[in-house]
Design a binder for this molecule. Sequence first.
Ligand code: KIV
Ligand code: ZN
Length: 397
Amino acid sequence: MTNDTRTADAKSRQDRVLIFDTTLRDGEQSPGATMTHAEKLEIAEMLDEMGVDIIEAGFPIASEGDFEAVSAIARQSRNAVICGLARANYKDIDRCWEAVRHAKRPRIHTFIGTSPLHRAIPNLDMDQMAERIHETVSHARNLCDNVQWSPMDATRTEHDYLCRVVEIAIRAGATTINIPDTVGYTAPRESADLIRMLLDRVPGADTITFATHCHNDLGMATANALAAVEAGARQIECTINGLGERAGNTALEEVVMALKVRNDIMPYRTGIDTTKIMNISRRVAAVSGFPVQFNKAIVGKNAFAHESGIHQDGMLKNAQTFEIMRPEDIGLSASNLVMGKHSGRAALRDKLRQLGYELADNQLNDVFVRFKALADRKKEVYDDDLVALMTDTASEA
Ligand code: KIV
Ligand code: ZN
């Protein structure tokens, strides 16, 4: 290998951001989002297929059903690392290992709440908790080469203590350290500062991968995750459609498309085949029973829809006027010019042309008046409405 190739190779490793999908674990923790065994297997297969690096398949100790689902996903996995969640005790970790060990590439993810509020729950003081972290991460590492550790509520943990426990986890063998913003409390600058501080202060921090795991309580999960990446995190934890507890997790489609579309200012790569996004978004919405809001970024029904005359006219001349990404990039066939009361002549002419009607200017003017009257009565004018309108116009002529 020449020096140039070596440098290019090292740079490409630095630029690569791993996508860790937790739709089947944190996503499924949304009240009411429970999926069946078969549905979980189907979603896991789609995630693997689209190039997700790590799939968090569930919480094996939580129930027999979760254990069975994680084991089955581990057995069917092809490329992705399959990860299970475990609390900081041997029983959880052993059960998790039992489930993930069938994967080609298994991972154990163990966690404990490290903020003052969370330390009070198991009633451990700082030293006792540090000891527990050392024991449980070492135990996990004795079972599996690939161990992720998370200080839950990291963004509300004292910085000195966070540095101390992260160092302990690294020494005990953790290969990924995840920094969860468990209650969606942080903001982009703070999210970045936290990762930078850990990289600066913790011995051994440069030997492991830092992950960012954000919740969306203040609507900042995507911004916080991207800020963490800019500061040095190289794994983003996210879910399809942003499914997750309360206001949800970072949405996979948002971070992946942000890194693709704004690669000029965020020069990082993921391994995701973005053309599979729309399909999996629809499937997750269907099986979880959580519909996607119309104006949701990337995958909402209106994300590539245009109704106003000015926008439709611009779109017909050059789609980039009002779209920053191509619908094909997320697996849609085309943008949607919605016919309604804000639509103009250019869009009406174009739509009628698609339906097989070629109109002279004076005919178009007449039909346009009728169309506006109809659009005032109806929220959306569908293709069938336009065909009926053309039939009526022809019979009156
Ligand atoms: O939000 C959180 O803190 C979690 C942990 C279990 C990683 O989901
Ligand atoms: Zn979470």
